[in-house]
Design a protein around this ligand. Structure first.
Ligand code: URA
Ligand code: SF4
Length: 224
């Protein structure tokens, strides 16, 4: 068992990731977006990949999708600063259309190239619950041919956590209008609430499984 605290070990992985050139996205990125938050959190959120704002700031979920996620987290009673947030790929994937950069989903080659970073993160953090934001994250974390519309909101196990659930990606929700937006957003909040409840449940189970600590001297004395 490594002795150094996980904060330090995660920082070291981040330093190495910042130099990564394992896929061609290294040539077009501004910054590597490694992930941020509390590495001791029992809850980890995994998104798809950095967008424009994330690429510029180096932080996950800080653009429009991030603002919607923040709102949903608040509504679900989850403090963003208490959880850990990252993505399946660490550099922005985009295409140029009519002279404008347009985000695109990561391809299989990019996901595979980046997987060791995600694996290192999740192996260090050892979350109890992982929330996958969108289909691509669920395909990596839960199972390969995940169908987001049919399988979101259901519980699975993952090689990185005893419980994993997928929900709609905030960027997808932002593309809906009117009642479709409200419905999709409500699902996101519901799934986050379910994740919060699951964390509480699993923590309780963990506590019950821990052996009773030996009685303190004071407790022993009070037995007489
Ligand atoms: N969308 C994602 O999937 N991840 C981010 O970090 C930002 C937007
Ligand atoms: Fe490396 Fe991942 Fe960035 Fe590709 S996307 S260069 S694998 S950090």
């Amino acid at each position: 068992m490594e002795e150094r605290p996980i904060e330090e070990r995660l920082r070291e992985v981040e330093q190495r990731a910042k130099q990564c050139t394992a896929c061609h996205l290294a040539t077009t990125r501004t910054q590597v977006v490694f992930g941020e938050g509390n590495p001791r959190s029992p809850l980890v959120l995994v998104g798809e990949g950095p967008g424009e704002q994330e690429d510029l700031t180096g932080r996950p979920f800080v653009g429009r999708a991030g603002a919607l996620l923040d709102r949903a987290l608040r509504e679900a009673g989850i403090g963003r600063q208490h959880v850990y947030i990252c993505n399946i790929i660490k550099c922005r994937a985009y295409t140029i259309e009519n002279g404008r950069a347009r985000n695109r989903p990561p391809n299989q080659e990019e996901i595979l190239a980046c997987a060791p970073w995600l694996d290192a993160q999740l192996t260090l953090i050892q979350p109890l619950v992982i929330v996958c934001l969108g289909g691509p994250a669920a395909s990596v974390i839960i199972h390969k041919n995940f169908r987001i519309m049919q399988e979101r909101g259901q519980w699975f196990t993952s090689r990185w956590a005893p419980a994993a659930i997928a929900t709609l990606h905030p960027a997808y929700i932002l593309r809906q209008a009117g009642p479709a937006f409200d419905k999709a957003y409500a699902l996101l909040v519901d799934d986050l609430k379910a994740a919060r409840a699951r964390v509480i449940e699993l923590k309780q189970q963990q506590r019950q499984q821990q052996p009773m600590p030996p009685p303190s001297e004071e407790q022993q004395l009070s037995l007489f």
